[in-house]
Design a protein around this ligand. Structure first.
Ligand code: PNW
Length: 456
């Protein structure tokens, strides 16, 4: 194990950017500042959905501690901060009147970044859907695209002039599939029809938001998708087919829509009966020109065909009429999330995106990092190893000509890890969730040293 990061700024082109990432609901403290309730508040309150039914009501209290948090980003020598805004903080009902306190907060936050020499990279939607819109069907409802474009316009009218970059939706796969097919995230549905609709409407919302920001004259607009390498459990045709389908849903659906205006045929074959009427007419809107693609990458999954008789009570996706797959235990070392560590997957997806979808377009790794148990001080070597191995994997892709322009670590600080609550710690900075005190970990100090080493 290494106790220091093995890379330097000098190993990268002068304009290569290093960043850290967070999201609104995971850090801000959602019960404060006039934000409306979201589907994550109600999902978390329903027993069985979230570990210890924890929610984001207080989280890291970033709403009141943002200045110190921005100081931490600056002091690590980080170039760019990928943050998100909460729709329900900006528009408590999801539509109509804006919350002045919410707009003021993001306005101050952006100015605070600029004052510290940090580039602001906005994500408009990182999963906290205003409850009134969830009650109208949320992502199952086609009207979401228009409501999202209106929210985008309202927020960007206030802060769009000072952003370095903006992206509409964090990880469309999580918004659609993880939340409506697996039921692991709000709204916790397990329904192929809901999932298919969400898979389409979230893409449409992306396209409409890009159009809205272009109309305001904004530039450097991108898309942020997540990727998981799918390894078949064995060489049987069934396992290979299951892994290909997993790959199609996860890694090819949104890239196909956003960059080619078409869905992958192998996935569409199963989803077509569940798609909303007239979806074909939306493909031109989804395929908006963007200025960059962001890839979030953490792990691979070992995939096999599902056991035929699994979960006949209808309580799990295995019972839905869909040619599904099943996750199998993998042999590689794992993080605190139980996720296998597989850096080669990052090289794969960077070259895969370039070769099949994005060509010369700038790419960013917009999230990468690992959860490591709650230990402050020196014992953060697993995270340092993880970062070393993944940065090296990104450099492999660059050596193959991939136009990678930056790398963001998830996350600045420990935060609300969704259905796994506060126990999974992704932060470079430790947060004590009683006192809310921040303590930089060994990985934070290592990053500060790596970024201080300037190109000759
Ligand atoms: C990403 N999965 O989420 C998110 O963008 C972050 O908000 C999150 O904290 C981070 O990764 C770490 O989990 C994911 O179950 C959450 O496959 C879950 C999955 C994938 C991505």
């Amino acid at each position: 194990p290494q106790t220091d990061l093995t890379f330097n700024r000098a190993d990268f082109p002068d304009d290569f950017l290093f960043g850290v990432a967070t999201s609104a609901y995971q850090i801000e403290g959602h019960a404060q500042g006039g934000a409306g309730t979201t589907h994550w508040d109600s999902f978390a309150a329903t027993p069985g959905n979230v570990v210890r039914a924890e929610d984001g009501a207080r989280a890291c209290d970033h709403l009141n501690r943002w200045e110190g948090d921005l100081d931490l980003i600056r002091d690590a020598g980080v170039d760019v901060y990928r943050f998100s805004a909460s729709w329900a903080r900006v528009m408590p009902e999801g539509r109509g009147a804006a919350n002045p306190e919410g707009l003021d907060f993001y306005d101050r936050l952006v100015d605070g970044m600029l004052a510290r020499g940090i580039k602001p990279a906005l994500t408009l939607y990182h999963w906290e859907l205003p409850s009134p819109l969830a009650d109208l069907g949320g992502w199952r409802n086609r009207d979401m695209a228009g409501w999202f474009a209106d929210y985008t316009e309202t927020l960007c009218a206030r802060i769009g002039d000072r952003l370095w970059s903006a992206a509409p939706v964090n990880e469309p796969w999580c918004v659609a599939w993880l939340s409506h097919f697996y039921g692991h995230h709000a709204p916790g549905m397990r329904d192929i029809r809901a999932a298919a609709r969400a898979m389409h409407h979230v893409g449409l919302a992306h396209g409409r938001a890009i159009q809205a920001m272009r109309a305001q004259g904004m530039g450097n607009l991108g898309a942020v998708c997540n990727f998981e390498y799918a390894s078949p459990v064995d060489g049987t045709p069934e396992a290979i087919k299951a892994a290909e389908l997993y790959d199609g849903i996860y890694n090819r659906w949104f890239l196909g829509a956003m960059f080619k205006g078409e869905y992958p045929a192998d996935v569409l074959e199963g989803l077509a009966p569940h798609m909303p009427q007239g979806w074909q007419d939306d493909m031109a809107t989804i395929k908006q020109p963007v200025d960059w693609l962001g890839l979030n990458y953490y792990t691979r999954k070992v995939i096999g065909p599902a056991a035929a008789e699994a979960d006949v009570d209808g309580s799990s996706p295995a019972a839905t009429p869909w040619p599904h797959h099943e996750e199998r235990p993998g042999p590689l070392p794992k993080t605190q999330m139980g996720w296998e560590i597989f850096p080669q997957g990052l090289t794969h997806f960077l070259t895969f995106a370039r070769d099949n979808y994005t060509g010369d377009l700038p790419l960013y790794v917009t999230e990468n990092g690992m959860a490591n148990p709650d230990v402050i001080g020196a014992d953060d070597t697993a995270r340092i190893d993880y970062l070393n191995n993944h940065v090296a994997a990104a450099q492999d892709a660059m050596a193959q000509g991939v136009p990678l322009k930056g790398y963001f670590i998830w996350s600045l600080m420990d935060n609300y890890e969704w259905s796994l609550g506060y126990e999974k710690r992704f932060g470079l900075v430790h947060v004590d969730f009683d006192s809310l005190q921040r303590t930089p970990k060994a990985s934070y100090h290592a990053l500060a040293r790596a970024l201080a080493r300037t190109p000759a």
